[in-house]
Design a protein around this ligand. Structure first.
Ligand code: ZN
Ligand code: ZN
Length: 338
């Protein structure tokens, strides 16, 4: 089969590799659409410590079952349109046994710790596979994984109807949080984003967009929230400059959900957390209910969500897709491996 194989820093070749054979309890999926994510960019750039070449990256995908597992308790059928949860939890650690397998102590994911979806076929454990709801296209279904990340974050934040929301970072996760917040009745929804490409897309979707510059963000948030600050702040950036500021735009008693991935410890103004009784909430990937529910939400919001997909290309062009994203000239790029 054809696959994009990462061979080391900025070396990705599309070549023939052996088609994976599904082991016990595994199904083989023909990949139809595979999204490129920030994780793939980090792997490509050689900046993802766990990734070891040779590796097929990719963990956001949709496709069709071509081979069902011999033991098949979930009744999968050949030709079923599916997505798959790419997490590979150990099942044995404390987190896994507590049902919090998304924060497994031996965290592993397809496309980093095992072969991923930039290939014609992938093998996946049957228990990680989800059937598409009728009428959801395979193309939009490729957004399931990142949208599940967004849904888990919104649920963790405790956001309610009518809450004012600020989203720091207007990349795919930030925009998907904004879409779900909109569906959940948040008002207003303010996105803070420095890139003009991303800011324009967010504006086109009807969100209030602030380009953070000096005190502009805090000023604008206060203007839009009767001077109080936001009920819920989402950090979809994960940079120290954001952590040092997010307490200032939260209202007294507000909640701050952190989904952006920090690479290093970052200072947070704990005086404001204490004096304002703020709540800071962590959110990592997703769990079973997020993955299942989110496809119905994608279907309901399909017209708007399809505008987040700004590029579609063949597997041979994957490096072009990576470049577009790296240069900030795309939001979500989908690869069509077969
Ligand atoms: Zn991803
Ligand atoms: Zn575990």
């Amino acid at each position: 089969m054809k696959a994009a194989v990462w061979l080391g820093k900025e070396k990705l070749v599309v070549r023939d590799v052996e088609r994976p054979s599904a082991g016990p309890g595994e199904a083989l999926i023909r990949v139809r659409w595979a999204g490129i994510c920030g994780t793939d960019l980090a792997v490509y750039a050689g900046k993802f410590p766990r990734a070891r070449p040779p590796l097929i990256p990719g963990h956001e995908f949709s496709g069709e079952i071509v081979q069902v597992p011999r033991e098949n308790p979930s009744g999968l059928k050949e030709g079923d349109a599916v997505v798959a949860d790419p997490l590979l939890p150990c099942g044995a650690c404390y987190s896994c046994r507590m049902g919090m397998y998304n924060v497994c102590e031996n965290f592993a994911i397809m496309g980093v710790d095992a072969s991923g979806s930039f290939a014609e076929f992938v093998k996946v454990k049957a228990g990680n596979i989800y059937l598409l709801p009728p009428h959801l296209s395979l193309e939009l279904a490729a957004l399931t994984e990142p949208t599940a990340v967004a849904l888990h974050t919104v649920q963790r934040s405790g956001m309610r109807l009518g809450d004012s929301v600020v989203i720091l970072g207007g990349g795919p996760i930030g925009l998907l949080i904004a879409e779900l917040a909109r569906m959940g009745g948040a008002l207003p929804i303010i996105i803070s984003e420095v890139s003009s490409y991303r800011a324009n897309l967010a504006r086109k979707l009807g969100f209030e967009v602030v380009v953070p510059d000096k005190d502009e963000l805090e000023k604008r948030v206060r203007e839009l929230t009767r001077g109080r600050g936001a009920d819920v702040v989402f950090d979809a950036v994960g940079l120290p400059a954001v952590a040092s500021e997010f307490t200032r735009i939260s209202r007294i008693g507000g909640r701050i959900a952190v989904v952006g991935i920090y690479k290093e410890p970052s200072p947070v103004d704990l005086r404001e957390v204490c004096f304002g009784e703020l709540t800071i909430i962590g959110s990592r990937v997703y769990r079973y209910p997020d993955f299942e529910k989110v496809m119905d939400l994608i279907l309901k919001d399909s017209d708007r969500l399809s505008s987040i997909i700004t590029g579609k290309m063949e597997l041979d062009q994957i490096e072009k897709g990576l470049r577009l994203l790296d240069e900030g000239r795309a939001m979500k790029v989908l690869i069509r491996p077969s």
